[in-house]
Ligand binder design. Sequence first.
Ligand code: PGA
Length: 254
Amino acid sequence: MSNRRPIVAGNWKMNKTVDESESLAREVAGVVSGVDDVDVVVCPTFTGLDRVSAAVAGTNIEVGGQNVHWESEGAYTGEISTAMLLTAGCSHVILGHSERRQFFGETDETVNRRLRAAIEAGLTPIVCVGESQSERESGTTARVISAQVNGALEGIGSDDVARIVMAYEPVWAIGTGLTATPEQAEEVHAQIRGELAGLAGQSTADGVRIQYGGSVKPDNAVELFSKPDIDGGLIGGASLEADSFAAIVKAAES
Ligand code: PGA
């Protein structure tokens, strides 16, 4: 880790009812209350956002949505707008998660449209990129990552790039218990920072936080977060329990 302020976000995915979300948020707030040098974000389902935001108001926890649409309103069944996230208490939003790419037709182009809307609304986007197992095995990881970063960020000015959080999530490591080794992760994080430098200049790239995601657990977090270009994590399974999430947050403390 560097002098960038780490950011650890819990991606609750399609887990937890509204009541369960509120209880988990309260528990998380209790166990991370002393942490003041890490940004801590929880991303419940859309239905849980409002109650979770109320539950963590006044704490060091921020709230994020798991996606957002580029239009401000209209006939887009199943989608949610930036204003809806903001008024439900969100400051962050996850974009381009591999599960959206894999199962719901998300592309670099739609991620780019969502990203522009999020930036315009003042939300902090967490933009996910990552290669599949077959892409890694066929040696195309660097090409895939380059296309995803440049596609998602196309046309975004450097002042706005500075506000983005990136997340490297190798698809083969998500929910599988397989984690990229710290060296494998660092190699891709350094590449992502290089792509950002190409888009927005080195000094902007040096300020962007890049999270690692994919089976981060309390027992591998310290080693991953010790790498120079890894600035925290995007946590799925281990964020569904307050204690394991808190342990990962604490692993990001300096
Ligand atoms: P995981 O998920 O920690 O359960 O592997 C990470 C993610 O998909 O954000």
